[in-house]
Design a protein. Structure first.
Length: 147
């Protein structure tokens, strides 16, 4: 008797293999998305730093914000000579201030205009940086742990 087709065991093995491969693909995709968001965060911080340096060059001071503000929100969406503003900035150093691509946010603080701190939170590790990071005129670094 010559029957054509697959046995139940063969079909179950194929389904198990397909399930395993799809699980691995979803895990790899999740990791790639995390890395992409972290790379965007670093890129965004560098762009804001460049705009702040242009502001400093023209005005001899960084925009003063004595309490931390959340960048990329409706109130702080662009950067011009007057500092971070809502949309519609004229002569903007940065016409659209980026918002965090995930669930956290970028914050900016400059008590006296001579220095500033931008903060963000990375989900993974990129270029040796992980967790809470801060950008200052000196560069981007991991937030120092108090203690």
């Amino acid at each position: 008797m010559n029957k054509k087709g697959f046995t139940l065991i063969e079909l179950l093995v194929v389904i198990a293999i397909i399930g395993l491969l799809s699980t691995l693909a979803v895990v790899a995709l999740s990791s790639a998305r995390e890395k992409a968001r972290d790379s965007k965060r670093l890129s965004d911080l560098k762009q804001v730093q460049t705009a702040l340096e242009l502001h400093y060059t023209d005005n001899s001071a960084y925009p003063e914000e004595p309490t931390a503000i959340t960048l990329g929100t409706d109130d702080y969406n662009c950067l011009n000579v007057d500092g971070f503003q809502a949309t519609g900035c004229e002569n903007a150093y940065m016409g659209l201030v980026p918002a965090d691509p995930g669930t956290t946010s970028y914050t900016y603080l400059s008590a006296d205009g001579t220095n500033y701190t931008l903060t963000a939170t990375l989900e993974g590790t990129v270029s040796g940086l992980s967790g809470d990071i801060q950008a200052t005129p000196s560069g981007i670094m991991v937030v120092p742990v108090a203690g």
